[in-house]
Design a protein around this ligand. Structure first.
Ligand code: PXL
Length: 249
């Protein structure tokens, strides 16, 4: 028997992203952060990795989930699951990005917020696992989004940053930017923390200017708290400290 799954009154967001089991990025941070905003999360893992792909972990193990993604989405179609938001990040292949377009066709209604975090590279370079064909497919996917969140490498010219990190948005012809201090540290998954907070703010009904401001504040707070933990927390953002603070602990 199939029971109804819509209309609970809770905002629901599909998350097409990887599950990097150790290292704090992608689904590992998006799910707890969005839950803390009262958003029901529905992960669709694009790949499962032992760690994220940054230097420092040696060679990582990665399992592609393309077949599972298609099968899971087919089941969700039977259940007629509706999403208020769809957020996409790391894809393991060009084929997965073609599938992502089908997913949007099937699951994005008129009021669905579509966010693409175009995970491509950092520090001025493309991640080693990606090709130019991948970049082109990501460009095409970005055309389907209301909001894209490239990082400094992808948006350096637009943001014009120097000693600072710029969070910027262009929406309905309006451009806005917010700057926070840039620390001399590379923290993987920072973009994932920022995008998750931004999705959480938007799903709670905030308009873009306030949502961007509050998400930038949230992300910067996580960066500052991580810096306080020093060298031992080199592999990602200590976002848990921020969530714990929200509980008054
Ligand atoms: O946070 C970006 C990201 C997402 N997914 C994987 C990564 C990275 C950054 O290194 O390796 C697997």
């Amino acid at each position: 028997m199939i029971r109804p799954v819509n209309g609970s009154g809770m905002k629901r967001m599909a998350l097409l992203n990887d599950l990097s089991c150790f290292g704090k990025c992608s689904l590992s941070v998006a799910m707890p952060i969005l839950s803390s905003y009262g958003v029901e999360t529905v992960p669709l893992p694009t790949a499962i990795l032992s760690t994220h792909t940054a230097d420092g972990f040696g060679s990582y193990v990665m399992r592609d989930m393309t077949d599972e993604m298609k099968a899971f989405a087919a089941h969700w179609r039977q259940l007629q699951i509706k999403f208020d938001g769809i957020c996409m990040g790391f894809f393991g292949s060009v084929e997965q990005m073609h599938f992502a377009k089908d997913f949007l066709r099937d699951f994005a209604g008129e009021d669905t917020i579509v966010v693409v975090d175009p995970v491509l590279g950092d520090n001025g370079a493309l991640y080693g696992c990606f090709t130019e064909e991948y970049v082109q497919a990501m460009r095409t996917l970005c055309e389907s989004a209301q909001l894209i969140t490239p990082n400094r490498t992808e948006a350096a010219l637009l943001a014009g940053c120097g000693e600072e990190i710029g969070y910027c948005a262009r929406l309905n012809g309006q451009y806005m930017e917010i700057f926070k201090p840039c620390l001399p540290q590379t923290l993987h998954g920072t973009g994932d923390v920022f995008v998750s907070a931004l999705c959480g703010e938007l799903m709670n009904g905030k308009g873009m200017p306030q949502a961007l401001k509050d998400a930038a504040e949230f992300c910067d707070d996580c960066v500052q708290k991580t810096a306080k933990r020093g060298e031992s927390h080199w592999y990602g953002l200590a976002f848990e400290d921020k969530l714990k603070e929200g509980r008054g602990l």
